[in-house]
Ligand binder design. Structure first.
Ligand SMILES: Cc1cc2nc3c(=O)[nH]c(=O)nc-3n(C[C@H](O)[C@H](O)[C@H](O)COP(=O)(O)O)c2cc1C
Length: 395
């Protein structure tokens, strides 16, 4: 046991995370026709073996039209269950909890990969189902002048989509995932319903705030009908989107979602316009943490903090200050998949190698007993300072 909150276990419903460190969903652009590849197994596997309590697989699309770009993962058919179960199973074998995010890109679908310029794709022979991939949205309003005008969903299409999210949740359960996250952030479909800027519908899914929230509420209910009671449900929101949606609206929504079975709000920001809330401001550590703190305090719900959380002591302080209940480490864990082990060493947690599988945890532990490698490998200045004496000196 450790007195560090970051390394204290946490039980949500019937699922126990061994620590509070979460790998947030991160697209890998590596699926083939929606199916996971070896890359997904390796990618999720290395984070699970690195010691995170929960590994959430990237936004996995509930229908083909919802794919953001080439290489998105799919879960719109039962044929995806078996290949996804291999990824979930491997995460669990490493003693981590397997999570998956369900998503739909809405009007931001059919785009290039980020490193290819973040722009709409052009029709090519390579994309066989171009027309089936036409972007849809609450209203026929483009994301910006650089993006195509999406097709507005009919009321019946919206109801069919609600059912599609429910079916995707069933498949995620059957594939063996134990935590589900609904992607309601970053200007994708769910967020497009919430925002008055992108949702100008005149049916029951548009207009008032209550109507704009209706899609996500119905999605949550459909998901909960298929997602077992003992499994946690998270929702990611852009708690502040700089376009009319902010922490007050997010807290009101969280209050409505909690009795419908949502356990954690994953607090992100931006994405509905080209003006991210952080644009023009100094980008600093913890930039989204105040959003997690606000929702936690005002909606009496657990929150996950994410965004430029890089250091172990930084993560620990957020928990101690009761700003969030879980810590998501995104790009830093891309840099160092063993971040949980690194953080345990830095925080002086007893048994820092117990978070990782014995295949390497055992060897690192025996070496540490001899006084070597008791600090993260980047701690020292090189061979000159290396060795037990240097390690002891630094202690
Ligand atoms: C490569 C990459 C892919 C991402 N894909 C997703 C995604 O699938 N779903 C999502 O909600 N956020 C996605 N994000 C956002 C991250 O989950 C996270 O919120 C963001 O990187 C900020 O946290 P960080 O500063 O710790 O990286 C992605 C981020 C990166 C870097």
């Amino acid at each position: 046991m450790s007195d560090m909150l970051l390394f204290s276990p946490m039980t949500i419903r019937g699922v126990t995370l061994k620590n509070r460190i979460v790998v947030p969903p991160m697209h890998q652009y590596s699926a083939e026709k929606g199916f996971p590849t070896d890359w997904h197994l390796m990618n999720a596997g290395k984070f699970a073996a690195g010691g995170a309590g929960l590994v959430i697989v990237e936004s996995t699309k509930v229908e083909r039209r919802g794919c953001g770009t080439i290489g998105d993962l799919g879960i719109w058919d039962d044929k995806f269950i078996a290949p996804l179960s291999r990824v979930a199973g491997f995460i669990k074998q490493q003693n981590a909890v397997a999570g998956i995010q369900l998503g739909h890109s809405g009007r931001k679908a059919r785009a290039s990969r980020p490193w290819e310029g973040d722009r709409p794709l052009e029709r090519s022979a390579e994309i066989e189902d171009w027309d089936a991939w036409t972007p849809v949205a609450p209203s026929a309003i483009a994301h910006s002048e650089r993006w195509p005008v999406p097709r507005a969903l009919e009321t019946q299409d919206v109801k069919d989509l609600v059912a599609a999210w429910g079916q995707a949740a069933r498949r995620a359960h059957e594939a063996g995932f134990d935590v589900l996250e609904l992607h309601g952030a970053h200007g994708y479909l769910v967020h497009e319903f919430l925002s008055g800027r992108s949702n100008q519908r005149s049916d029951e899914y548009g207009g008032s705030e209550a109507n704009r929230m209706r899609f996500l509420i119905e999605v949550t209910e459909a998901v909960r009908a298929h997602w077992p009671d003992h499994k946690p449900l998270f929702v990611r929101l852009s708690v502040e989107d700089n376009a009319g949606w902010g922490p007050e609206q997010s807290a009101r929504l969280a209050t409505i979602l909690k009795p419908r079975g949502v356990d954690v709000i994953d607090c992100s920001s931006g994405g509905i316009s080209e003006m991210a809330p952080i644009l023009g401001k100094e980008i600093k550590y913890n930039y989204q943490v105040p959003l997690a703190e606000y929702v936690r305090a005002h909606a009496d719900i657990m929150t996950m903090a994410v965004g430029l959380i890089i250091h172990g002591d930084q993560a620990e302080q957020i928990l101690r200050d009761k700003q969030a209940d879980l810590i998501a480490v995104g790009r830093e864990i891309l840099n160092n998949p063993n971040w949980p082990m690194d953080a345990a060493l830095k925080l002086g947690v007893e048994g820092p190698f117990r978070n990782v599988p014995p295949q390497f945890g055992y060897w690192l532990g025996t070496r540490a007993k001899r006084g070597f490698g008791t600090r993260p490998s980047t701690w020292q200045n090189g061979l000159r300072e290396a060795g037990p004496e240097a390690d002891r000196e630094l202690t």
